[in-house]
Design a protein around this ligand. Structure first.
Ligand SMILES: Cc1ncc(COP(=O)(O)O)c(C=O)c1O
Length: 450
């Protein structure tokens, strides 16, 4: 099979997979999982025909996938993938661009610049901020905090690039008690020990309580959050950020999924957020772009390009070349699927999708309350945090739902007791799907004697 026939075969298989969306099991059954054993072979001495490679991947791999690109999937704010973004990704596969600088890919450099402008526009953040398209919110938070550290030290006259941290003026880090684990990971990787990171106390909704805000100063990196992973709650930015800025602190926002509320009628939740210094958000969650696509956004464009600069004698780029805004030197143009998503949705489409998911989260909450569940959060966004009367029922209902193949969502622990989280974030999810989910959970609870 020649290269073009192989591409057509891949297209046909992808087509068949897409045609099965909504009908297949959401989590694979035992038989499908057993088929994955076919991949457990020794490194072949001699290569297989490309068509055989693809056949194995599809015949044994496709059944073992989780149907996250499906309207009935509610786990982890995973989102599905928008058709335009998926199609762009497919074309990019043929392009094989190294999107580090304009010289390496004029098309990628140009389109990613437009994508950056549109992201700032959609999220209504400072229009001259830098946007680095990285792999994940985790990596982008790391980039933003690295830029923050370097900039705060520079203000004290410390040459971080040459003198490093040894003997540097001490920095403080303040995060929410409810900060996402990946913010802690980024801090850890950068050398901020967890025992020295200060946790800001939160109120009953899990938002940083301004009345209990630890002291901040001009050597503090202060991380706030737009969209807590269990509840979807937002820190009170308007009360926190001006105070932090008045001390000279650097404010970073983790808005992995929640930042997109700013492009919807839930915008008020983000009031004051534009006063921060840096922000991270994902494309691959609520914007429904393919993995890996995320954004590190920095008000002081120079601070980010100085922290991430990787110019070499044989490859130097503009200060806003993506290789000077991200961790990667060689990279695929992850901004292009984000551009494609925004071009296909437009401002109104993003708003409609986010609004619809928030309304559906309320619909689920109402339905589950009526069925006898307890909804533990205020449902301000697209997250519904749920428990049954007893812990045993909560766990049993979640496990039965996961095993049913009709849906999938994850468990969590909330205030020391098991709960489960339902995230509505797939562009495919319609009201009929959320009604089916409520009916399924009601039945599973009733079956367990509640
Ligand atoms: C609030 C929050 N921050 C950060 C992350 C990490 O994002 P990523 O998986 O893109 O690294 C997540 C992901 O679940 C999240 O929900």
């Amino acid at each position: 099979m020649d290269e073009l026939a192989l591409a057509a075969d891949a297209d046909q298989r992808a087509h068949a997979y897409l045609a099965g969306i909504g009908k297949r099991r959401v989590f694979p059954d035992a038989a499908a999982l057993a088929q994955l054993a076919a991949f457990d072979e020794a490194l072949p001495q001699h290569g297989h025909a490309p068509a055989d490679v693809l056949r194995l991947l599809d015949e044994r791999g496709s059944p073992g996938t989780v149907a996250s690109n499906d309207p009935r999937y509610y786990g982890f704010v995973i989102g599905a993938v928008l058709p335009a973004a998926a199609a762009a990704e497919r074309l990019m596969g043929a392009w094989d661009q190294c999107a580090s600088t304009f010289d390496n890919s004029p098309a990628a450099a140009t389109i990613e610049k437009i994508a950056a402008r549109w992201v700032l526009d959609a999220l209504d953040l400072p229009r001259d901020a830098a946007v680095g398209f990285g792999t994940s919110a985790t990596a982008c938070t790391l980039v933003c905090i690295a830029a923050a550290r370097r900039a705060l030290l520079e203000r004290k006259g410390w040459d971080f690039d040459n003198d490093g941290l040894d003997g540097a003026p001490p920095l403080r880090v303040v995060i929410s008690e409810m900060a996402h684990i990946t913010v802690k990971k980024a801090l850890r990787v950068l050398g901020f020990g967890m025992k020295r990171v200060i946790a800001a106390p939160v109120d009953e909704h899990g938002r940083i309580d301004p009345a209990q805000l630890p002291p901040l100063d001009d050597m503090t990196i202060f991380c706030v959050q737009a969209g807590e992973v269990n509840t979807g709650e937002f820190d009170p930015f308007a009360a926190l950020i001006p105070r932090a800025k008045a001390t000279g602190a650097w404010v970073h926002v983790d808005g992995a999924f929640g930042l997109w509320a700013r492009a919807s009628s839930k915008r008020a939740l983000t009031d004051g957020i534009d006063g921060a210094d840096s922000w991270t958000t994902d494309g691959h969650k609520w914007l429904n772009t393919p993995y890996d696509g995320a954004m590190a956004i920095c008000r002081d464009a120079r601070a980010m390009s100085a922290a991430m600069n990787s110019d070499a004698v044989y490859l130097s780029g503009a200060h806003d070349a993506q290789k000077n805004l991200t961790l990667e030197f060689s990279r695929r143009p992850r901004g292009i699927p984000i551009w494609a998503a925004l071009r296909s949705l437009g401002r109104s489409g993003v708003r409609e999708m986010v609004d619809r998911h928030c309304a559906q989260a309320e619909r689920i909450a109402d339905g589950l309350r009526a069925a006898g569940f307890e909804v533990l959060n205020r449902v301000v966004l697209n997250q519904v945090l749920v428990r049954a009367k007893t812990d045993a029922q909560t766990v049993a209902v979640r496990e039965a739902a996961q095993a049913s193949g009709e849906t999938w969502f994850g468990g969590t622990v909330w205030q020391g007791r098991p709960a489960f989280r339902i995230s509505v974030s797939s562009w495919r999810t319609q009201d009929e799907h959320v009604d089916q989910l409520v009916a399924l959970l009601a039945r599973l609870l009733a079956d367990r004697g509640a």
